[in-house]
Design a protein around this ligand. Structure first.
Ligand code: SF4
Length: 365
């Protein structure tokens, strides 16, 4: 008897068989995330496996199965099936035959050590370029470092750590704790520049918003003592951060302007997320926009103007991100090739970050 479903590590496969739960395991999505899984496991290179993060990017579900929230028509959906968020080489829109071999090894400067910057460094180094990666923090990982705290993000944390390890094991110079500017680019004299400088939380003009904290702050604090939490913004970030708090004993209410929460997520992933939010008794108030925040309340209204004031001990917001500006860095680069990748093009998810990173690195020839 074989077993299939969410098996993403040799240890998990080994345990299932050793405990007699199955005679063999079947790998589905994991083989899209890393087709070398078996070879790496067999040759003692388990730490190099890109473990499926179970994000459902490769198969969000289909309308026939009842997933009517998928924002693609049938043709677009068919192109997305099998495209892995963490394996850019599965992307059907990438024409691998179009990438020629680099004419020579180039000096490549990459600014930003989040997932996009790390993937670009790995791919550029694999192509024989001499890579320097600069990050303003003391560790690689960028926005994914919240996974070090989030109890539900083991798989994404493992992926972030894998990227960092893959950078470190290569001949890539990493400069930590340095905020890149035009002077650094001039000093480094690169032959190609990749900008992976990410995005910053948006702060729309809501009265009192500056008294609330941005959702990712939750993962920078050791303990949040306040019990009743309001999260303003029920997109994926607000929902996942709210769920993290609910799992640590907080009473969470999410206020969302749209008619449903986590609309930027969809299909099977959204269904699982919403079920988990219900299990942890998160209250959601959809179709309401926030008008005013005080230290212990949020005033909001529905589209007809009917107002409500909700009490809270602590207020967070997740109201989207805006791309960081690249103009100064681009102009300092002069006339060398410059590539923007990841969230500084458009705030998005890991799949877009990795795809743009991979394409940039492949296009340095
Ligand atoms: S897209 Fe997500 S779920 Fe699908 S194989 Fe890749 S990591 Fe796994």
């Amino acid at each position: 008897m074989g077993v299939v479903g969410g098996i993403n590590s040799p240890e998990m496969a080994e345990k299932i068989i050793a405990e007699g739960k199955a005679d063999y395991v079947i790998l589905g999505r994991q083989m899209i995330a890393d087709p070398e899984f078996v070879n790496k496991a067999a040759s003692g290179r388990e730490s190099e496996i890109r473990r499926c993060v179970r994000c459902f990017n490769c198969f969000p579900g289909s309308p026939e199965e009842g997933y009517t929230d998928i924002p693609y028509d049938g043709v677009t959906l068919s192109k997305k099936v099998g495209v892995c968020a963490i394996n850019p080489e599965t992307d059907t829109e990438v024409m691998f035959s179009e990438f020629g071999k680099p004419e020579k090894s180039r000096k490549v400067l990459i600014i930003g050590g989040g997932p996009a910057g790390m993937q670009a460094a790995i791919t550029a180094c694999n192509r024989g370029h001499k890579v320097t990666l600069v990050d303003e923090h003391t560790a690689l990982g960028g926005v994914l470092n919240f996974t070090d705290i989030d109890v539900d993000k083991d798989d994404l944390r493992a992926f972030k750590n894998l990227l960092a390890a893959e950078v470190q094991k290569r001949n890539i110079e990493v400069i930590y704790g340095k905020k890149a500017n035009g002077d650094l680019i001039k000093q480094q004299r690169p032959e190609a520049l990749i900008l992976a400088i990410g995005a910053t939380p948006s702060m729309p003009p809501i009265k009192g918003l500056n008294t609330a904290a941005q959702a990712l702050e939750i993962f920078n604090q050791k303990e949040i003592k306040e019990k009743r939490i309001i999260m303003i913004g029920g997109g994926l970030v607000g929902c996942e951060a709210g769920l993290h708090l609910a799992k640590s004993g907080h009473k969470v209410t999410i206020i969302e302007m749209l008619e449903k929460v986590a609309k930027d997520s969809f299909g099977m992933y959204r269904e699982a997320l919403v079920q988990e939010m219900e299990k942890y008794e998160i209250s959601t108030l959809t179709g309401h926009h926030c008008m005013e925040i005080t230290s212990n309340s949020v005033r909001c209204a529905d589209e007809l103007g009917n107002e409500k004031t909700l009490a809270a001990d602590r207020i967070f917001y997740a109201l989207g991100m805006k791309s960081n500006k690249t103009d100064e860095l681009k102009s300092a680069a002069g006339n060398i090739p410059v590539f923007e990748i990841g969230d500084c093009i458009h705030p998005g998810k890991v799949d877009a970050a990795l795809k743009t990173a991979y394409l940039a690195a492949m296009n340095i020839i």
